[in-house]
Design a protein around this ligand. Structure first.
Ligand code: SF4
Ligand code: SF4
Length: 307
């Protein structure tokens, strides 16, 4: 099959598998400017304790270090905008673990390609040293907003990103070169932790990092910033005008279970390990762990009891 026809086939297969958008980038070393920006960001300690972001940079910047003779990066996005937000829990964590959902679909896509031509590849979704948003921009999916999220014009930012690195040549999309933030600064102004600035994100101050990735004690008075969020924080997306285009996803695995929908504030305050296991089996929230989730809920309650 000619690469033009194969490219059309791959994009139609991606759509059939439920991905909302698919673009393809040529697998080249990441641009010098991006590498410099990334290294500066790390050098300034903005990644907090996420040491894994410092490691494997040779893989992060060179796709052939992850897949031998990698020639193309197929980038996809899967909508996770919920029908309604659940108090306390970030929208992306309402259903089952997105890493598996996205990668399973990408491996089905790889299988479909393999039925047509011999291809070697690997699927990624927030699971390896991959510059996901860089590749999404390069593949023409959208641009990186001031909230550091990938914004897909006309669709918003509530999307999981995934990539299929393959060793075949395809037709490539033009990179997305526009920035549609304009004069808007709603995310910077609305960030409770003052984690966002024109220089980017300081994870040390980001509630999403602090409530999920950060181990040990939380900073003093963090409850004041948390609002009602004890797992993640969606505020820089909630205020973003691009998300007015968001439409609820209809993926069965991403829907919240009835147990989660029925949780009350009192239930959260007395959450047991057994309840946690039922609520979050196979969910991304497992990454946080029971003790940390209780730590977060306690921090919220300390502030409430002071009022
Ligand atoms: S997730 Fe919350 S704390 Fe982090 S940058 Fe966005 S608004 Fe700020
Ligand atoms: S809130 Fe405004 S500045 Fe922030 S990402 Fe959205 S459009 Fe850009």
């Amino acid at each position: 099959m000619k690469k033009e026809d194969l490219t059309i086939f791959i994009k139609s297969e991606a759509e059939r598998l439920g991905f909302d958008i698919c673009g393809i980038a040529k697998a080249e070393t990441v641009s010098e400017e991006t590498i410099q920006g990334y290294n500066d960001w790390i050098g300034q300690g903005n990644h907090a304790t996420m040491g894994y972001l410092e490691r494997n940079c040779e893989k992060r910047f060179d796709p052939t270090q992850l897949v031998e003779r990698c020639r193309s990066i197929i980038c996809v996005a899967l909508n996770y905008a919920p029908t309604q937000s659940i108090e306390g829990i970030a929208d992306y964590a309402q259903g089952k673990d997105y890493h598996k959902i996205v990668k399973d679909r990408l491996y089905l896509l790889l299988q479909s390609i393999n039925n047509i031509c011999k291809v070697q590849g690997r699927a990624f979704c927030d699971s390896a040293p991959v510059m996901e948003r860089y590749w999404a921009v390069t593949a023409g999916l959208g641009y990186i907003g001031r909230n550091r999220q990938l914004i897909i014009p006309g669709k918003g930012s509530k999307f999981f990103l995934g990539e299929l690195f393959v060793d075949i040549e395809l037709c490539y999309d033009a990179p997305y070169t526009r920035n549609l933030c304009g004069n808007c600064r709603k995310c910077i102004e609305g960030c409770p932790g003052m984690a966002l600035s024109d220089d980017g994100l300081d994870a040390n101050r980001c509630l999403s990092y602090l409530t999920i990735e950060h181990r040990g004690k939380l900073p003093e008075n963090i409850g004041k910033m948390m609002g009602n969020c004890f797992y993640g924080c969606d505020r820089c997306q909630a205020v973003c005008p691009h998300n007015r285009f968001a439409t609820p996803n209809e993926i069965p695995e991403l829907q919240p279970g009835v147990e989660l929908l029925e949780m009350t504030t009192d239930n959260w305050n007395t959450l047991t390990k057994e309840q946690y296991d039922i609520l979050f089996a196979g969910s991304a929230v497992e990454r946080c762990g029971y003790e940390q989730l209780v730590r977060n809920i306690t921090a919220l309650n300390e502030i409430k009891s002071e009022k």
